[in-house]
Write a protein of this length. Structure first.
Length: 278
């Protein structure tokens, strides 16, 4: 072997040795980073278990920011959102979850992010008299989970939550419809009750909505229309109390019922007034 060949072989051996050393250093470095990441993650998790979700959220976010390339980073981002959710900081949780979806669009836990977004909106639902936006946002996200992840663990609960949301939305329509009845706004009331039987036909409010349509149409002199809704009510809910009330509509003259103003007895007031001058 001449000197040139020897130098070439030595050079190749040296490069190979350096490459192995660099790989080992890299592996050691990665292992060290993973260990540090796990320690921060563990600290955050223990804080969550001890009932300090706000501090836990901060530590989870710290873990993600310190080691963004680690496989623990997306998990930490999700756990930070969950910690905010547990603290009722829904705005912070939603903001972090949207960031998670944009930062980790291919993560295996996307379904949990979508579900938790739905839950954040769901938790802010109050009653039928308040703002409807959280209702529709929650409905949209739960529907997304059911449609896109039908076999996931979250699909079943999402379906259950969708049924509850439908009840609330139907209740809201009924509340507004009753309000219109009190104001004598019959057409507006009819539209609300029709919305219930068309969009929320699986809820408990369908029976009352049908009765209200029977009642209002009869008052307006639309007997055939009133009879139509009475037939639907009787066919589907024959034993219902609302059907019994609708039956009574056709046995008394609803159209001639006029609410007469009650005359106040002013004699008592006048007597008290006179006594002031006795």
């Amino acid at each position: 072997m001449n000197r040139l060949s020897f130098l070439i072989l030595f050079f190749l051996f040296f490069l190979n040795a350096c490459s192995k050393d660099e790989k080992e250093v890299s592996l050691i470095k990665e292992s060290k980073q993973d260990l540090e990441m796990i320690l921060v993650y563990k600290e955050a998790y223990l804080s969550l278990e001890k009932g300090d979700p706000y501090f836990a959220a901060k530590k989870f976010l710290e873990a993600e920011l310190l080691f963004p390339q680690s496989e623990w980073a997306p998990r930490s981002a999700l756990m930070a959102s969950y910690s905010y959710y547990m603290q009722n900081y829904y705005a912070e949780a939603l903001s972090n979850l949207e960031r998670f979806l944009n930062t980790y669009p291919t993560d295996k836990n996307l379904v949990y992010a979508h579900y938790l977004i739905a839950m954040c909106y769901y938790e802010t639902i109050e009653d039928e008299k308040r703002d409807s936006e959280p209702l529709f946002r929650a409905k949209e996200k739960f529907s997304f989970v059911v449609q896109n992840y039908p076999n996931s663990d979250f699909a079943l609960d999402s379906k259950f939550k969708l049924n509850l949301i439908s009840d609330i939305l139907a209740s809201k329509e009924m509340y507004i419809g009753r309000h219109y009845i009190k104001k004598g706004k019959w057409i507006a009331a009819i539209n609300r009750f029709k919305s219930v039987i068309q969009n929320y036909d699986q809820t408990i409010f369908v029976e009352e909505a049908l009765h209200r349509l029977v009642e209002i149409n009869y008052k307006l002199g639309l007997t055939n229309e009133s009879q139509k809704y009475a037939n639907v009510l009787g066919y589907n809910y024959l034993s219902s109390d609302w059907y019994k009330k609708s039956y009574k509509v056709f046995n008394q003259d609803y159209s001639s019922q006029i609410v007469k103003p009650v005359k106040k007895d002013k004699r008592g007031v006048l007597e008290k007034f006179k006594k002031l001058f006795d």
